[in-house]
Structures are given as C-alpha cells and as structure tokens.
Design a protein around this ligand. Sequence first.
Ligand SMILES: C[S@@+](CC[C@H](N)C(=O)[O-])C[C@H]1O[C@@H](n2cnc3c(N)ncnc32)[C@H](O)[C@@H]1O
Length: 216
Amino acid sequence: MARHKKKKFAELATLANFYKLPDYIKGKWNAECFKNDRPIVLELGCGKGEYTNKLGAEFPDKNFIGIDLKGARLWRGAKNAIASKLKNVAFLQINIDNIVDYFEHEEVAEIWIPFPDPYPKPSKWKKRLVSSYYLNKYREILKSNGILHFKTDNSGLFEFARETLESEKHRILQIADNLYESEILDKYNGIPTYFEELFREKGEKIKYIQFVLGEG
Ligand SMILES: C[S@@+](CC[C@H](N)C(=O)[O-])C[C@H]1O[C@@H](n2cnc3c(N)ncnc32)[C@H](O)[C@@H]1O
C-alpha cells in the first residue's frame, strides 16, 4: 500500500466521526454517536461525502450518515465534516450488502441513493442499489413510511428503478426524468451531489424518484 494511503487510514481510525465495521452500534447511533434524538438520514455510496456534508450543513435538525466501501474516500468526507464543525454528520465504512447488521429496525428515517453504479449488464441487476434485493434490506432498517430518494443520470437504471417500484407495489411520491426542468424541483432535491454537478456540466438530464416502500 502506498505510504500516503497508509497515513490516511491510520488517521481515519482516530477520527471521532468515522466508524469502520462497528459491532456495537446497531440501534445506538443516536445515543452513541450523535447524543440526540433527531431523525437519521443515510447517503448510500457517499464517496468523498460532499453531499452528506452539504445536507448536514443545510439541515442541522437531522443526523446524516454517509456510507461507502472505500476508506480513502471516507477520510476526505470525515476530515471535511470536522473542519466544518458538523456535529450531525458521521461516516460508516461497510458494504451496503451488510447494512442490516449496522442499523436496528426503524432506526433510519430517510435514505438517499444518489448516482449509484448502474451495473448495465442484465446479469448484474441484483447489484443495483434500487433492486428488490436491496429494497428488502432497506425495509428492515427504515421507519414505516420512511422516504427514499434516488437520483441518476442513467436512463437504463432509471427505467429499471421505475419498473421495480411499480411491479412490487411500492409507492412513488415524486418522479421526474428531468428534475431541473420539472415542477417538483425544491430546496431539498435540488441540492446537487458531486456526481450530479459533473453530469449537469456535461448536459445530462438528472432523473429523480422519491418513494416509500410497500408492505412487501
Ligand atoms: C458513483 S459514486 C456516487 C458518489 C455520490 N453519491 C455522488 O452522487 O456524488 C458511487 C459510490 O458508491 C460506492 N459503493 C458502490 N457499491 C457499494 C457497496 N456495495 N457498499 C458501499 N459502497 C458502495 C462506491 O465506492 C462509490 O464511492
């Protein structure tokens, strides 16, 4: 491993807002980490945490946890949150496949899934973060009627999400195939993520779905 990465990982382990595979925190995020009772909002696949940190700064009445596999990316997010004195932001290094091991039933109020990897090969459908495989995991940790937000630039992934939600009787609350030209654009869904800014600069249309999970 390169020396600069080793240094980052050593520092990461010491940051108070960073958690790697914590085996004690399921059901205790508010008590152990945030020390308050505010609603918990997740960003799945947060990369360097730009969006998690923006949400934390904009909405001090909620707690935000950015989740990613990659420690070097989370290091950047955690350092920026500390520099900005964001007490309502934390970062968790896990594989989202194992998310039910880290959150209790009904512990999470809301989930953002911005610009997940599209996995275009049909054989890889299960890996898409809006597949029924993942939606069933989210149901285990979300409060009833907890809201999910999904954004993508990818038309194939957008159609896959829409078809999955419709065929499995989940409830779509808002949908736009071009968010920035739509009437549903507001001060929450209009906060761009890092990838969103890149795609908008290239002229890509941003697609958005807000939904609630059905009974299953
Ligand atoms: C395309 S980036 C999106 C970053 C950010 N949400 C944005 O919109 O700017 C996708 C991120 O998801 C992470 N990721 C993909 N699959 C994951 C998994 N199963 N568990 C945890 N993180 C994952 C990747 O490491 C990557 O940082």
